[in-house]
Design a protein around this ligand. Structure first.
Ligand code: RP5
Length: 163
């Protein structure tokens, strides 16, 4: 078993529908990862333990998804030097605008890289984590380049949207 380089965490099992898009990209690119439910509000001690041990366990990035009063990414970032990539989950009450603002509006000094609301943000957080790792991991760089080439090819091969 390869030790995980990326931790994918989410505030609730209900966030999986969104966060599965991050995990799918990591799997596609061959990035070793782990997946956990860690709630800032319901399991604060677990959050602290997860963040405190992240660097020593070898994690190089944490993708954290949460919705509503989304404190998980910011609290993780407060407790670890490992880069935290925040994914705002689309909430029922406010469509994820609450999640986005909760995650993006960090005070100076504790950064959280914040992505788009929902599935696109989750996918892009994974691609961003892969890009961070690609600098010194040839296999991940090659997988990322192949993904980009396929994506470009898909567009160029289908120029007429009616077909
Ligand atoms: C947040 O509250 C979670 O990240 C989730 O998006 C939201 C709702 O959680 P559940 O009530 O569905 O468990 O902490």
């Amino acid at each position: 078993m390869t030790a995980p380089l990326v931790g994918v965490v989410m505030g609730s099992r209900s966030d999986w529908e969104t966060m599965q898009h991050a995990v799918a990209r990591l799997e596609q690119l061959g990035v070793p990862h782990e997946v956990r439910v860690v709630s800032a509000h319901r399991t604060p001690d677990l959050l602290f333990d997860y963040a405190a041990s992240a660097a020593s366990r070898g994690l190089r990035a944490i993708i954290a998804g949460a919705g509503g009063a989304a404190h998980l990414p910011g609290m993780l970032a407060a407790k670890t030097p490992v880069p935290v990539l925040g994914v705002p989950v689309q909430s029922k009450a406010l469509n994820g605008l609450d999640s986005l603002l909760s995650i993006v509006q960090m005070p100076a000094g504790i950064p959280v890289a914040t992505f788009a609301i929902g599935a696109a943000g989750a996918a892009n957080a994974a691609l961003f984590a892969a890009a961070l790792l690609a600098a010194d991991r040839d296999a991940i760089r090659a997988a990322l380049e192949a993904f980009r080439a396929r994506q470009t090819g898909d567009v160029l091969d289908h120029p007429d949207p009616r077909l």
